[in-house]
Design a protein around this ligand. Structure first.
Ligand SMILES: *Cc1c(COP(=O)(O)O)cnc(C)c1O
Length: 492
């Protein structure tokens, strides 16, 4: 069984991948990225988790964000697949659309540390991964075409808000990629919808589905399971199940560790040798916090990973009681966390199973049949040894936004405030905890206005959205109809 403790002393790397459900082994990074989901419907994970040495950690501290990303990714991608110069170039280009050179700056707010992940083109953390993923797709496709292959890709994604716009901004105008994004009609904020539907590029197609986010996600899964369709359109995924997204997100855990340790040293209160910070992560599909788990498994010193959720609390119920039991979705002020099942959680369950695809497939089979999976004893202990969890209800969410604004002049979005409140509910030391701020508050004015009536003006890039023409197609919650629409659009 894989152990979560004892960080590795020497460094290592991995370059091939397997499916969490045991149906694929020895898969290259390129096929993992372009394939999205494995054929057995499992998610791709590294066959061996790489590790970082103490010496590497000391060296990485000096690096700029894109160089740090390059070092981390080099552990998961062989130079035969992507030569170092190319990978470094991809990392650098993926940082250029951010409004700050630091990409994900850490700011001190009162005693707490806030890792601002919202300085990309769509003002949410998903940009960090999707800027990279878009460049990566284009890189692989152009290389395949240079070898004379008919390479192309049709992306089908489901979004509860932020994924869609981040995917669209990552993929707009990219050669040989078409991008279809489904969102639940009327269930994403108006700004989020406009961020998607105002993008004029011909390779971008927005679909509003009469259903919930989970319905949209089910259509994505079913389209992948439809082999003839998948092969005909060369289907690919940008949802957080895509391994490259998890990979790209690891960087900012290292980045935050380095920045906060430097600041603590400068203040004369350095972290103890080998000890790490805690990270509080507003969580929905478990992609963001999973990247923190991998960073920890690689050897980054990490104290607690806090799974911060709203009323949609399946993950909190799991980490507190071992019961991963499906319930309905409750709409909240933090729509990007309104899920009933976390698509990336399968990767964590795989590692919890001792990296045993057969065991995991058994767990999932019963979960899919009954909507319930219960883990107990040693397995639950292991889960609780790495993760804490906390449920922040709407009332406390709003009170936190108000309190941060009134007392610290810092405006949180309603997702980030779940992340800010969770460690307080858990009684954790604020000065050793990094709160991941996942979106800019101006993306969620209706929620924030409830407690901060005089909102500061929104960034210019968001204000102009109200004047731009929009484009989208309405569809029923029906796999076949969506597939037909995609085929027609691709022919046109
Ligand atoms: C997507 C999103 C989350 C949840 O991230 P997961 O990786 O799905 O856990 C939280 N906050 C915001 C603003 C998001 O867009």
């Amino acid at each position: 069984m894989a152990s979560d403790s004892s960080p590795p002393a020497s460094s290592s790397s991995t370059t091939s991948y397997c499916s969490t459900r045991g149906g694929a082994k020895g898969v290259s990074f390129e096929n993992v990225v372009l394939g999205g989901l494995a054929e057995d419907r499992g998610l791709y994970v590294p066959e061996v988790l790489p590790s970082v040495s103490a010496q590497e950690l000391a060296e990485w501290r000096k690096l700029a964000f894109p160089e740090l990303a390059f070092k981390i990714m080099s552990k998961y991608i062989s130079t035969e697949e992507i030569p170092s110069d190319d990978l470094l170039d991809l990392c650098k280009r993926s940082a250029t659309n951010f409004r700050t050179e630091e990409v994900t700056p850490v700011v001190r707010v009162g005693k707490a540390w806030v890792l601002e992940l919202f300085h990309g083109p769509t003002f949410a953390f998903k940009d960090v991964a999707l800027q990279f993923l878009g460049n990566l797709f284009e890189y692989f496709l152009l290389r395949r075409r240079a070898k004379g292959e008919e390479a192309g890709l049709t992306i089908l994604g489901a979004t509860s808000g932020d994924t869609g716009s981040a995917a669209i901004y990552g993929l707009r105008g990219k050669a040989h990629v078409n991008c279809f994004i489904m969102f639940p009609e009327g269930r994403v904020s108006e700004i989020q919808e406009r961020q998607m539907t105002t993008v004029p590029d011909a390779n971008i197609h927005c679909v509003s589905v009469e259903g919930s986010f989970d319905d949209c996600q089910d259509i994505v899964k079913a389209a992948f399971a439809d082999k003839p369709f998948r092969e005909e359109v060369k289907l690919g995924a940008v949802n957080s199940i895509n391994w490259a997204r998890v990979l790209a997100q690891m960087t900012y855990y290292f980045w935050a560790h380095f920045r906060v340790s430097e600041a603590l040293e400068a203040a004369g209160e350095p972290l103890e040798e080998g000890s790490g910070l805690s990270y509080s992560v507003p969580t929905g599909n478990f992609g963001d916090v999973l990247a923190g788990y991998y960073a920890k498994r690689m050897g980054l010193p990490v104290d607690r990973l806090v799974v911060a959720v709203n009323e949609n609390d399946i993950l909190h119920r799991f980490f507190s009681t071992g019961k991963y039991w499906r319930e309905g979705v409750v709409p909240t002020l933090a729509p990007s966390m309104d899920i009933c099942v976390s698509s990336n959680f399968e990767r964590y369950l795989f590692h919890l199973s001792g990296d045993d695809g057969e065991v995991l497939a058994g767990w999932l089979k019963s979960f899919e049949a009954t909507g319930q999976l219960t883990l107990e004893g040693e397995l639950l202990d292991q889960a609780q040894s790495a993760f804490s969890s906390s449920r922040v209800v709407t009332e406390d969410n709003l009170a936190t936004i108000k309190q941060f604004w009134d007392e610290k002049s810092y405006l949180l979005c309603p997702h980030s405030s779940v992340g800010a409140k969770a460690p307080l509910q858990l009684g954790m030391p604020e000065g050793k905890t990094v709160v991941l701020a996942t979106a800019h508050p101006a993306k969620f004015p209706d929620a924030v206005k409830k407690v901060v009536p005089d909102l500061p003006p929104a960034p210019e890039a968001l204000q102009v959205l109200w004047d731009l023409p929009t484009r989208s197609t309405k569809m029923p919650n029906d796999l076949k109809k969506v597939e037909e629409f995609m085929l027609e659009t691709l022919k046109a």
